[in-house]
Design a protein around this ligand. Sequence first.
Ligand code: FAD
Length: 369
Amino acid sequence: MFSTFALDTQVLQRDLCTGCGACQGLCPYWDSVHGRTVCYFDCERLDGRCQRFCPRMPTDLDALRRKAFPEETILPEIGPFRGLYLTRAADETIRAGAQHGGTVTALMELALREGLIDAALLTRAQGTLDPAGALVTKAEEVRSCSGSSFQIPPSLAALNRALREDRYRSIGVVGTPCKTLAVYKMRHDPLPENDNHAGNIGLVVGLFCGWGLDWDGMRELTGRYADPAAVSHMDIPPSKYHSLEITAEGKTTSVNLDEVIPLVRPACRACADMTAEFADLSVGGARSADGWDVDKKWNQVVVRTKKGQELLELAIAKGVLECKDVPESGLDKLKKASLGKKRTAVRTLREKDGTLGYLEPCGQMFQDL
Ligand SMILES: Cc1cc2nc3c(=O)[nH]c(=O)nc-3n(C[C@H](O)[C@H](O)[C@H](O)COP(=O)(O)OP(=O)(O)OC[C@H]3O[C@@H](n4cnc5c(N)ncnc54)[C@H](O)[C@@H]3O)c2cc1C
């Protein structure tokens, strides 16, 4: 049993808050200001949904995983796994406005069009800055949310509000690993007397994530290289480029990653999940021998559940997604990158107080890293 006080002392004060918004939209006491989570009142509830859903409160990830995924699908390095694909949206107008190959946009449009979901919880940014959660109900609205913002918006607040109203039967959620973990906690470990209608979450699409960045710092950094209002795209190419690319008014500027690293949210260094292991499908940038110029317009997709498999197969059968062969080394490279993030998380947490912190309940998963 925890109290709101525990969320403050164990998460906020220990720099573990990812800003996902899972604690918000439930009561008036939790809010977000410029990506920072704030608590207006220390309520005395011992087991509220805010702390129950928080992805950084102590969680037995192994037990949660076993509740949601068949044991035989689980790979220790990247979680539940039914297949790896390289895909892109067949519609080039989707690709033009997307972060990479537009796979996420194409899948969410299809899911809405086919009635597999009746609402989608996405993120809409101004250019790529100041993002906010956006609940859309029409396929035509999905493209207005394409692209990645490296600031983390508290979009789960919008999900909590939508669930509370019990207005939608099947909501599709797109989010970074912290968010998709929170969503699985909502679905598979709800408060018995108040589950917030988590059964109305119908699909989870995770985004690969290295880290998110500080809101104010990002705005300031962007302003040094471009007019923030004119930025249309940002991306982090593979590590050998050591850069952040900012595109504004058709011109792309490479910023040395050394300027960006100090803006990484401290909580992201304690995150052990690069591939959004709690999801039906997880989508990231492609990595192949073709090089970045080609890869940046493709995605790699990890299929994790039967539902995810069915959606991907439908998208391919209907010509919504195109595929190409995954390089032989593709899965090994992904496992290596994922393990790298897990090791950083373990090191970061141990440096805090010698323990695995919020990962302690499933310490055996991280013992041999
Ligand atoms: C903070 C962050 C870090 C990332 N780090 C990596 C990485 O290290 N390696 C990697 O391969 N990929 C990373 N990604 C994922 C990558 O940027 C693309 O989202 C992914 O490849 C899907 O591309 P797409 O063309 O299909 O996306 P699109 O079709 O353009 O769709 C992108 C979707 O992401 C949603 N979205 C945008 N910003 C956010 C956000 N901040 N939080 C939640 N949802 C958002 C939008 O609503 C949209 O639906 C990261 C994404 C984010 C947001």
